[in-house]
Design a protein around this ligand. Sequence first.
Ligand code: SF4
Ligand code: SF4
Length: 71
Amino acid sequence: METQKKRIRKKAQVEEESCVACGCCVKVCPMDAIHVVLGTMAKVDDNKCIGCGKCAKECPASIIIIREAAL
Ligand code: SF4
Ligand code: SF4
């Protein structure tokens, strides 16, 4: 029987409207995957993010969630 492989990849997601652009998440990201853009909000580069959750732990506003995306 063929086994169906379903890969789940985790990605960080920022609630952008609540971001205070403190940059705490940027400093802890091991993949250089999150940046504060236009000095106003953090954005995640899905191609680089490995879903480690470090940014979510660090965010003082608790507005980063780690979502699961099936590929
Ligand atoms: S989950 Fe990890 S890799 Fe992804 S943006 Fe946050 S710190 Fe970076
Ligand atoms: S740590 Fe949180 S509030 Fe600060 S820039 Fe990152 S997402 Fe925005």
